[in-house]
Design a protein around this ligand. Structure first.
Ligand code: NG6
Ligand code: CA
Length: 530
């Protein structure tokens, strides 16, 4: 598989990272500011908890360099750029892993996904992997009095061991881990079953045409990409040769459910309409909405309104579609007069990939666009391009627009929103989540001091200040080095110059800390942590 490993020089907007001395000075100032802000967010806060609405827009495979406000010049993203100009734009925010399932697991649970077996990219018929006994970001907000909903991609499994019966009640799922409402695609756009689930049921299912799904042997008589490639409207570059749905073959096989099958070109519209309706319906009570958009993940099949609009091929067009979705949601917040009482976060579940298994011309048509911007690697990699994602926080009237270089993780959202809304997190819940709310609100420039990075499979990276250590991986020696890698991101954001041999003390220190966090979870405490 061809994956994007593009490296270009850091751009102007990163000048503060290039200047190590200035950065250190800023960090010292920031720590001072963080300490000053501490009482606001300490466990028994004197400030009354606040209950703004929270909307989390989580794109799928959107890269650090994919939008105008993060430096893209070839693709136009006016809605995200306008939103970014009115918010706090983070330059060092991370998904927990460089693939979807572990990333979303970490975001929702506040636990690093690699602490738990079975959190890799899931097939579409996998059982739920979140333990309903533990607190999650939505359950924390639910306890704080929020109405909570998820619209879009799930990909965290459904049902008990053995997976769901698609023709009966589908649970446990989102509703058992903290959401009051769910309208989801079960896994990825390229995995069967290609149907939406509303709460506990497949939407629009005709009981006389039951759904069956297999990730092993072929089931049913419908054509597959392997046997009938002449029927495909989009060819394959790797895998994806199961049942053909809407002219595109998927991973896995399905039969039945004809009336419930989605049309890929309408998915963004349908999710967006559900979000807009959700906002209007719940405007009188605090709500939490996760809009898990499915762009620009494969199969990239934007609505015809967006085809050819980016000038950068189908992946660019899918980003233009995503930009429209963001604009619609932000508009809905405005139209309902909720702007000053709503935090909106726009981010992505992992870094970008160009060829992800379909022959959709995405690489050929890039037209000079660099999805990861100045970063190395992308989806599936532990380089910064894998987990460092766009992350913009807006709360008009409360968050001052600007740029923040604070190191924050999506794994921190659980503890951060617990702190904002005055919720206590029980021992054992959200164990890796740090309260970085002061950084998210722009009250301090200091985020975390350390962060574990993960490629979604088995390779780990560790961030400490400007240092980035990558563990050696026997199967990836060519990329990560026989003894691993060490980069000083302060001067080498693009991870071009592995300085591990000249800095063995530093690499040993970071490697020791990483092992300790992995083994015991005893992550060094951050001053903001309750
Ligand atoms: C891979 C798929 C890829 C994508 C990914 C999950 C192949 C060859 N590749 O196995 O297309 O679906 O899984 O993406 O089948 S993610 O964003 O949900 O992690
Ligand atoms: Ca993804």
């Amino acid at each position: 598989m061809r994956l994007l490993i593009d490296v270009i020089q850091p751009q102007d907007y990163f000048s503060s990272q290039q200047n190590y001395t200035m950065k250190m000075t800023l960090q010292i100032m920031a720590v001072t500011a963080a300490l000053a802000a501490l009482p606001l967010f300490a466990a028994d806060t004197v400030t009354p908890p606040q209950k703004p609405n929270v909307i989390l827009i989580l794109a799928d495979d959107l890269g650090f360099g994919d939008t105008g406000c993060y430096g893209a010049t070839k693709i136009s993203t006016p809605n995200i750029d306008r939103f970014g100009a009115g918010g706090l734009r983070f330059t060092d925010a991370h998904a927990t892993s460089a693939t979807c399932t572990p990333s979303r697991y970490g975001l929702l649970t506040g636990q690093y996904p690699w602490r738990k077996n079975g959190t890799g990219v899931l097939p579409g018929n996998a059982a739920l992997i979140i333990d309903p006994r533990h607190a999650t970001l939505p359950s924390i907000l639910q306890k704080a009095g929020y109405y909570t909903g998820i619209i879009g991609k799930w990909h965290l499994g459904l049902g008990d061991v053995g997976g769901p019966d698609w023709n009966a009640e589908i649970k446990p799922g989102p509703l058992e881990v903290g959401f009051d409402y769910a309208f989801i695609q079960p896994a990825t756009g390229d995995r069967v079953p290609c149907v939406f689930i509303e709460n506990h049921r497949v939407a629009n299912l005709d009981p006389k045409d039951p759904i069956h799904v297999s990730y092993g042997k072929k089931i049913g008589n419908e054509p597959t990409g392997k046997e009938n490639p002449e029927l495909l409207k989009m060819g394959l570059s790797l895998g994806h040769d199961g049942t053909i749905i809407n002219g595109v073959s998927r991973i896995g096989f399905m039969t039945g459910g004809q009336s419930a099958r989605w049309i890929d070109e309408d998915k963004a519209d349908i999710f967006t309409r559900h979000c807009v309706d959700f906002i209007a319906a719940h405007k009188d009570k605090p709500f939490f909405l996760e809009f898990a958009a499915s762009d620009p993940h494969v199969p990239r099949m934007p609505n015809k309104r967006f085809v050819g609009k980016s000038g950068c091929g189908v992946r660019g067009d899918a980003i233009v579609e995503l930009d429209w979705c963001v604009g619609q949601v932000v508009d809905a917040v405005k139209k309902n007069n909720l702007s000053s009482n709503t935090i909106i976060i726009v981010t992505s579940d992992n870094g970008p990939v160009v060829d992800d298994g379909y022959a959709d011309g995405a690489e050929r048509d890039l037209n000079g666009h660099t999805p990861a911007g100045p970063l190395r690697g992308g989806k599936y990699f532990v380089y910064e391009g894998g987990t460092r994602v766009p992350f913009i926080v807006s709360w008009p009237g409360r968050v001052t627009p600007g740029v923040s270089d604070a190191l924050v993780g999506q794994v921190d959202l659980a503890a951060s929103f617990a702190a904002l809304t005055g919720q206590k997190i029980a021992a054992g819940d959200a164990p890796d989540s740090v309260n970085v709310m002061p950084a998210l609100l722009g009250d301090t420039k200091a985020g975390r001091d350390q962060l574990v990075e993960h490629d979604g499979f088995r390779t780990f990276g560790y961030r400490d200040g400007t240092w980035k250590y990558i563990q050696p991986d026997k199967r990836r020696r060519a990329e990560y080095g026989v003894n691993g890698s060490l980069y000083d991101l302060g001067v080498d954001l693009g991870e071009k110059n592995n300085v591990i041999e000249a800095n063995t003390n530093t690499s040993q220190k970071l490697s020791g800390e990483l092992e300790s966090v992995r083994a015991h979870g005893d992550q060094p405490k951050h001053p903001n942590q309750p």
